[in-house]
Design a protein around this ligand. Structure first.
Ligand code: ATP
Ligand code: MG
Length: 461
């Protein structure tokens, strides 16, 4: 049960109130389903009308995530706003936060949506993470590679997901490979030079990282170049080089924190990636109790330090010598927490509703060992999946997100299996997915990860 700290809880938003969610993807849809079940109205903000959340919301506001006016216009009639993805800049959310509570606050998004700021937060607060350097030029990248040593991974600071915006530098990489990685990832930086303390940076895809912070100069567009000065010296024309961690496994911890500071932590899931996309999550994670406790305590402490009101997920690397390093933080429910829908007394989405509405957090107790397998668009290559075959496997449940177009790599839904043991849950969910996707035995061979500590490494960026 969550520890309850003396209450400064805000008045709870009663059923019948209206909750806003920024983003209309599957996380918004699943949040809306939980909120509707509890008697709330839900309105989503999305850049497309026909989004997964639209099937479950009372209203969809369509607009650009960069448009503070469109976002603020959403506030009318809302009691609280939360978000379901972090690739919306924090800045346009600030005016909205002036008229309706935004939970978690835009500051949380500001810190976590940029790997440079996120790492600085972790270092400042003493949370262990991979050794890293920020790099703003080819020369700095070469220097960082020499200082950190190889292998390492070069990442864009912002707007990465599912391993996009990353290049691995192998142990044998030489100057040529380092240059190539720079060219690949920095090609979006038209210009990245410091001029009189002001950094003109224009990023591709219209992503402006010129963020206005308290006491920092305004951003104005001059000749198509946006001069921006960011707080505490952070430059946004930035990549980050991280030392490659030879981890034993990856785990993540989803946790919720209420406005009164009460925290509820779900058991860590062990995560297995395929082609850089989460493939299977399972729990219990099969790790020593000391490692589990370290990860759970750290997740709770990170939510507290960030003053999160809502749900967040902390991804960790567990090293072979039992160290637990923070990889990244997502200030919202997470794909690896989807198994809580069927496996826990309270799902991560109900927990999000409770947290942002000022209600007591629910029990995170797990009902049975569980495993979740993602269903990507690839599953549709052999025609409509055979759901009947999948659902005939004991303990298996299906969740589809209502996306029309099953593109390869697109998250279309997931399967969850509950079983007597986590090994059985993983085996059953893997078999159910193979049956659904009409895979031949040869396709499925090797796809099922083992639950032991050594069998779950198929990541690599
Ligand atoms: P997602 O959206 O799936 O969480 P992401 O694009 O935000 O991914 P990361 O989580 O940073 O990116 O990296 C994706 C995966 O790449 C990690 O789950 C891990 O498997 C691998 N990886 C990233 N950084 C490192 C590292 N320093 N050492 C070893 N592996 C790494
Ligand atoms: Mg990640």
């Amino acid at each position: 049960m969550p520890a309850v700290i003396p209450s400064v809880m805000l008045t709870a938003i009663p059923s019948g109130g209206t909750l806003g969610v920024i983003g209309g993807g599957q996380l918004g849809a699943l949040f809306a389903m939980a909120a509707k079940r509890m008697g709330y109205r839900v309105e989503a903000f999305s850049d497309v009308a026909d989004c997964p959340a639209a099937h479950h919301c009372d209203r969809v506001h369509v607009g650009s995530f960069d448009d503070p006016d469109a976002l603020t216009a959403m506030a009318d009639g809302l009691d609280v706003v939360t978000f379901e993805f972090e690739n919306v800049s924090a800045e346009p959310l600030r005016p909205l936060a002036g008229v309706v509570p935004v939970r978690p606050a835009p500051e949380v998004l500001f810190t976590t949506q940029n790997r440079g700021r996120e790492k600085a937060f972790l270092v400042r607060e003493g949370f262990p993470c991979a050794p890293h350097r920020l790099v703003r030029s080819r020369e700095e990248l070469h220097a960082a590679a020499a200082a950190l040593g190889l292998p390492a991974v070069l990442k864009t600071a912002a707007f990465g997901y599912d391993g996009k915006g990353q290049r691995k530098l192998d142990a044998t990489a030489g100057p040529h490979e380092i240059d190539a990685a720079w060219n690949d990832l920095a090609s979006g930086f038209k210009e990245c030079v410091l001029e009189n303390g002001v950094e003109p940076c224009v990023l591709e895809n219209g992503f402006k990282e010129c963020v206005l912070e308290n006491g920092v100069e305004p951003c104005v567009l001059e000749n198509g170049v946006e001069p921006c000065v960011l707080e505490s010296g952070f430059k946004e024309c930035v990549l980050i080089l991280e030392r490659w961690i030879d981890f034993e496994c990856e785990i993540s911890v989803v946790a919720a924190r209420g406005s009164d500071g009460a925290t509820a932590v779900f058991a860590p899931t062990r995560n297995h990636h395929r082609h850089h996309i989460l493939d299977i999550s399972s729990t219990p994670a099969g790790l020593p109790e000391s490692v589990i406790k370290k990860a759970c305590d750290m997740a709770a402490a990170i939510l507290a330090k960030l003053a999160v009101v809502g749900v967040a997920c902390v991804e960790f690397f567990v090293t072979r010598d039992g160290r637990v390093l923070v990889n990244e933080i997502a200030p919202r429910p997470h794909n690896s927490g989807h198994l809580t829908i069927h496996a826990c007394e309270t799902s991560q989405f109900e927990q999000q509703v409770r947290a942002v509405c000022g209600l007591p957090l629910g029990s995170t107790r797990q009902l049975a060992p569980a495993a979740m397998a993602n269903l990507l668009g690839d599953c549709w290559v052999n025609g409509e999946p055979d759901w009947a075959a999948a659902l005939a496997v004991p303990g298996v449940s299906l969740v589809l997100y209502g996306k029309r177009e099953p593109r390869p790599g697109r998250k279309m839904g997931h399967l969850t299996a509950l079983a007597e043991s986590v090994e059985e849950a993983i085996a059953n969910v893997t078999r159910a997915r193979s049956l659904a996707c009409r895979e031949k035995d040869s396709d499925a061979a090797g796809a099922a990860p083992s639950a032991d500590a050594t069998g779950l490494r198929d990541a690599g960026t």
